[in-house]
Design a binder for this molecule. Sequence first.
Ligand SMILES: NC(=O)c1ccc[n+]([C@@H]2O[C@H](COP(=O)([O-])OP(=O)(O)OC[C@H]3O[C@@H](n4cnc5c(N)ncnc54)[C@H](O)[C@@H]3O)[C@@H](O)[C@H]2O)c1
Length: 295
Amino acid sequence: MENILVIGAGFMGTGIAQVAAQNGYRVYLQDSNAGAVDKALANIRWSTGKLESKGHLKDPAQAVQERIRAAKDLAVASKCNWVIEAVYEDEKLKKDLFRELENICPAETILASNTSSIRITRLAADAQHPERMVGLHFFGPVPLMLLVEVIKGEKTSAAVFQKSVDFILSLNKYPVKVMQDIPGFIMNRISGTAFREALNLVEEGIATVQDVDTGMKYGYGWTLGPFEMADYAGLDVYQRVGQAFKAMGVESYAPTSTLIDKMVQAGRLGKKAGKGFYDYMPDGAKTPFDTTQLT
Ligand SMILES: NC(=O)c1ccc[n+]([C@@H]2O[C@H](COP(=O)([O-])OP(=O)(O)OC[C@H]3O[C@@H](n4cnc5c(N)ncnc54)[C@H](O)[C@@H]3O)[C@@H](O)[C@H]2O)c1
């Protein structure tokens, strides 16, 4: 059984750990924030139980859960075939983490980042072995979304890239190969551009959040409108991604805006906070938030 260490037990790390365990990998989950891993394990118990009850799991939920263990620090990386980081979208944080991992992992361990926007080449800039670093950009919620972008850094070896594509196939996901390491890769360039325009329309008072979402769902067949999608991903996450795009000088793709900043400041972080562009009720219903209250 191959071992995987997932670092960062937030929205994405939790999902990545679950999907890897569902597909037979032994998973270690680590987070610097006390309590985050326990919360993640509880979410995984809930999610795998639900998938099992619908007949969507190959193995019993309990067996899947038992494949995931909490790791108190990074030492366990010494026996892992894969390390996938899903910590905050912060270039320095990720680079420091990879530097530390290089001192722990054997040469054959593949080091992957789930970054939404930062070029893998930048994350690998100070690495001793940049050829083993790759981007694995999952989409959330990971247990439900079938796409993963596999990003080839300038120095990622062909062998590591191919192994990464095969790894994603082993998780029963569709790999999309990103052959040139550009900020935002493929999908977030497209969705970031659409979201920036959606924000402009709302900030200028031309349309409401709900009307933009309705339009994109019923006019273009999107499953979720751009604001619903932002609430799912987390507005704090969007804010950090926007800052990362800005730092790379490609602001045109970035969902930065004063409205996002104000939403985050007001604690409107999206679905996880029970409030974002919509207010979420315990029964699953949601009502749109009047963003003019913050402008
Ligand atoms: N939210 C999305 O829809 C989405 C989609 C694709 C990619 N991403 C990317 O995935 C990454 C994580 O996003 P998320 O939405 O899961 O964020 P999140 O805020 O839900 O989780 C991040 C976790 O990382 C932990 N963390 C921070 N620094 C750490 C460190 N040094 N060591 C260990 N743990 C640390 C935090 O405590 C937190 O639990 C980001 O790079 C983000 O851009 C997010």
